[in-house]
Design a protein around this ligand. Structure first.
Ligand code: FMN
Length: 240
């Protein structure tokens, strides 16, 4: 029911709101401020960013991507384009079986508790797998606050793309009770590794950042009640 509602709102936004050109994925300082209310992830949604379609095949094998992946903590100022953003989000949580609504990463009972946010220089947005689009929730640069929340790991305050893996544990707990507390972090691991391998395949650097204050990240992203942050993954072109 909730996902149906989110899909309907996203569809409405796609029709009603002006879409943001791909170049804006880079982000520039915004003027509007999101005002999400607890319990309603779509409250304060400001705009949608449609993402380019994902090609059926890439040029790098899974083995090459695994060989290539290494934690990167220094990024150049070059901003990955819309195609890269699209592939990274799709790899993490994109729909790969439209008929059955199944996604790129496994999920216990296909309960899909994960919600992925992207923070750039200009906005924070939430990924909507069903529409393969981003919904802007805040028009501001949250990266410095996120790095501060990650015990001052300020090296990622300038990373062009900062992905935040959050989860609504209740979706899984409704079916699996306390096992959800195990299943959800496993799913975060599956989805984030997909994203990091995709980054490697695209020649981008990434790193899993788990050391942060949940409370501060929740506050920075204005997460609705019951949405918990699990992992931050900064991505960018590795600095020389
Ligand atoms: C759950 C988890 C949390 C991590 N947290 C951080 C972190 O807060 N900061 C950081 O710089 N690296 C973090 N790392 C990255 C590890 O330091 C890194 O994966 C490890 O040194 C191995 O290097 P590699 O990723 O290049 O193989 C984390 C990795 C994992 C899996």
């Amino acid at each position: 029911m909730k996902s149906m509602r989110a899909a309907l709102i996203c569809l409405f936004l796609l029709c009603a709101a002006p879409s943001i050109p791909a170049a804006v994925l880079a982000g520039g300082p915004g003027s509007m401020t999101g005002d999400a209310e607890e319990g309603d992830a779509m409250a304060g949604a400001l705009d949608t960013i449609p993402l380019p379609a994902v090609p059926a095949k890439g040029g790098v094998s899974i083995e090459e991507a695994i060989w290539l992946r290494r934690s990167v903590r220094g990024f150049s100022e070059e901003i990955p384009g819309a195609d890269a953003v699209s592939l990274l989000l799709w790899a993490a949580q994109g729909i790969t079986d439209a008929k059955n609504g199944l996604r790129s990463a496994p999920s216990a009972g296909a309960t899909y508790p994960l919600e992925i946010f992207l923070a750039t220089a200009g906005y924070v947005a939430r990924y909507i797998p069903e529409k393969h689009c981003l919904v802007v929730t805040m028009r501001e640069d949250a990266r410095k606050a996120l790095a501060g929340a990650a015990i001052e790991q300020n090296w990622f305050a300038g990373a062009p793309l900062v992905f935040i893996f959050t989860a609504v544990v209740k979706r899984t707990a409704d079916r699996y009770d306390e096992r959800a507390n195990l299943y959800v972090p496993i799913e975060v691991g599956c989805a984030s590794e997909n994203l990091m391998l995709e980054a490697a395949a695209l020649g981008l650097g990434s790193v899993a950042v788990g050391a942060f204050s949940e409370k501060e990240v929740r506050k920075t992203l204005r997460l609705p009640k019951g949405w918990d942050p699990y992992l931050i993954v900064p991505v960018g072109v590795p600095s020389k």
